[in-house]
Design a protein around this ligand. Structure first.
Ligand code: NDP
Ligand code: OXD
Length: 310
């Protein structure tokens, strides 16, 4: 079997082909570069590959994405419509997402930022205790990431609801399903966590009209993709007091351009798309197990529904 590894857009690009060859010694792993002639590879393992890869490699039986979100891959005009696309399922990312959300939620709900300010001012003063019913959290997307976040917050006794297409949610999480249920979900939510995939149905879902339906003094945590948020709507919502703060990990343009107003707004916390990283060991183990299953003609999970876009 020939495996083409295209990891050139990752900071640790050289590691991935090495790890794949170690995990699949029976296969020939070839590292992609722009000048590489056609290899007639059987499988490609990629993160944000160039369109030319699919022009050259016409015999692929599957493409494995080195991440959970496949939006960039599905946008490539050269991606054959019937080529199975396989996404990462958790691979060590879900626990990182939970950690991230707990950090930024409790920073607001437990007022840790205020305590830091008090420390700087040499002030010793307990602030009013946390009442969890004042911090209902709503998680958009109940997949590998969203369900893990929802479970973690429910275990910390926050009132948690989850929104998905199907209306499935883990035990202890209030389930909302489909677009008709979105207003009721937003109306009970103070902290909105976005973990949806980017599809034509979910693009711009975080905009003035939807975010205005949240409870007063609400918070947004966007971990999905930049185009979920209509960026021009955010600062006016913060100025009007409708939103009290936002944490953004993903942006329409990454890196966030210098001079963008989000950099300096004290109500906005920014992280550079690090919500959850694909862990090398878990990722390579998952992909190599699936490649072997495919070679045996077995069905695998994580195959993207091309029509629904995730
Ligand atoms: P999954 O495919 O496992 O889950 C997607 C969830 O979104 C499902 O619950 C699905 O509903 C729901 N959904 C999709 N479309 C709609 C819609 N139109 N209306 C309502 N619900 C919808 O994805 P993951 O949990 O693995 O990942 C989610 C996203 O998180 C990724 O696509 C990526 O964009 C982002 N991500 C960001 C990272 C970061 O570092 N910031 C790292 C990893 C992922 P249903 O259950 O009914 O199918
Ligand atoms: C992913 C990501 O989709 O890192 O895995 O954003």
């Amino acid at each position: 079997m020939k495996i083409l590894c295209c990891s050139q857009t990752l900071p640790d690009r050289d590691v991935w082909p090495v790890l794949l060859s170690q995990a699949l010694p029976e296969a020939q792993v070839i590292e992609w570069h722009e000048d590489l002639p056609t290899q007639d590879a059987d499988v490609a393992v990629v993160w944000r590959p160039p369109a030319s890869l699919f022009e050259r490699e016409r015999g692929l039986r599957a493409v494995f994405n080195l991440g959970a979100g496949v939006d960039a891959l599905l946008k490539l005009p050269t991606l054959p419509p019937d080529l199975p696309v396989v996404r990462l399922e958790d691979a060590g990312m879900a626990v990182q997402m939970s950690e991230y959300v707990v950090h930024f939620l409790t920073r607001a709900s437990r007022r840790f930022e205020d305590y830091t300010a008090q420390q700087r001012a040499g002030k010793w003063q307990a602030l009013p205790e946390l009442r969890r019913e004042q911090w209902p959290v709503g998680v958009l997307g109940m997949g590998a990431m969203g369900a893990s976040v929802a479970r973690t917050l429910a275990a910390l006794d926050y009132p948690v609801a989850g929104w998905s297409r199907s209306g499935q949610a883990p035990e202890g999480v209030e389930a909302y399903g489909g677009i008709d249920a979105l207003p009721a979900f937003l109306a009970r939510t103070r902290v909105l966590v976005n973990l949806l995939p980017l599809t034509p149905d979910t693009e711009n879902i975080l905009r003035r009209e939807t975010l205005s339906q949240l409870l007063p003094q609400s918070y947004l945590i966007n971990l999905g993709r930049g185009p979920h948020l209509v960026e021009e709507d955010l600062i006016p919502l913060l100025d009007s007091g409708r939103l009290a703060g936002a944490t953004l990990d993903v942006f329409r343009e990454e890196p966030l351009p210098a001079g963008h107003p989000f950099w300096t707004d004290p109500r906005i916390a920014i992280t550079p798309h690090i919500g959850a990283a694909s862990l090398r060991r878990e990722t390579v183990a998952q992909i190599s197990t699936k490649i072997r299953a495919l070679a045996r003609g077995e069905a695998i999970t994580g195959v993207v529904g091309r029509a629904r876009g995730y």
